[in-house]
Write a protein that binds this ligand. Structure first.
Ligand code: SAM
Length: 175
C-alpha cells in the first residue's frame, strides 16, 4: 500500500504541478494523496479521471502534515521522504521494496528539517535538484518494478488498447 504526502503551500498556487503530482501518484500505483489547500478544480479533475479510467484514488486536504506522518507511523507505514540530500535510490531500493506500507513525502517548497528527522528513509533520486513530479514517478517505478504498467481497472468506463498508430479506446459502458 502506497500513499503520498505533499508538504507545503506555495504563495502562488501552482495548479499544474499539483495536478501532475496527483495524476502521477494515481497512475503509478499510489492509492491516496494528502495535500494542502488545492484548487477544488484539481480534485474534480482527479475524480473525473477516476470515473473515466477507473480506480478509487483519493485526495485528502490536510491542515497539518506532521499529524499525518504521526498517524501513518502508528498505522505502521514507513515514511519515505524524497530529497536530493538523501541516500541514493540505487543503494536503498531493494530494502524499500520490501516495505508493506509506505507514505512518500515530497515537498512543494523548502521542506522543514523535522521532515528529514521523522522519515524512516530520506531518499535521493540522484543528488541534483529536479522536481517532485519526476522524483515521485521514479521512486514509484522503482519500488513497484513497473507493475502499474499492466494495471487494468474493472470499474473504468474506457480502456485503451495499445496501438502502433492512432487511438483505440474501448467504451465499456456500452458492453
Ligand atoms: N528547494 C527545495 C528545498 O530545498 O527543499 C526543493 C524544491 S523541489 C522543486 C521540490 C521537491 O522535489 C523536493 O522537496 C523533493 O521532494 C523533490 N526533489 C527534487 N529533486 C530531488 C532529488 N534529486 N531527489 C529526490 N527528490 C527530489
Amino acid at each position: 500500500k502506497i500513499e503520498v504526502l505533499r508538504i507545503g503551500t506555495r504563495l502562488v498556487r501552482d495548479d499544474r504541478v499539483t495536478t501532475h503530482v496527483t495524476l502521477v501518484s494515481r497512475a503509478f500505483g499510489a492509492s491516496k494523496i494528502y495535500m494542502y489547500d488545492a484548487n477544488p478544480e484539481i480534485i474534480e479533475t482527479v475524480y473525473k479521471v477516476n470515473k473515466m479510467w477507473g480506480s478509487d484514488f483519493k485526495v485528502e486536504i490536510i491542515e497539518n502534515w506532521k499529524d499525518i506522518i504521526k498517524l501513518k507511523k502508528k498505522d505502521l507505514f514507513k515514511i519515505v521522504h524524497l530529497t536530493m540530500y538523501g541516500e541514493n535510490i540505487n543503494d536503498i531500493q531493494d530494502q524499500v521494496k520490501k516495505e508493506e506500507k509506505i507514505l512518500i513525502v515530497v515537498g512543494a517548497e523548502k521542506v522543514p528539517r523535522e521532515a528529514y528527522d521523522m522519515a524512516d528513509y530520506n531518499i535521493a533520486i540522484g543528488n541534483q535538484p529536479h522536481s517532485e513530479i519526476s522524483a515521485l514517478a521514479i521512486l514509484l517505478d522503482r519500488i513497484s518494478q513497473g507493475q502499474y504498467l499492466q494495471k487494468k481497472y474493472s470499474d473504468a468506463e474506457r480502456e485503451i488498447v495499445p496501438t502502433k498508430k492512432g487511438k483505440n479506446v474501448i467504451d465499456k459502458t456500452t458492453n
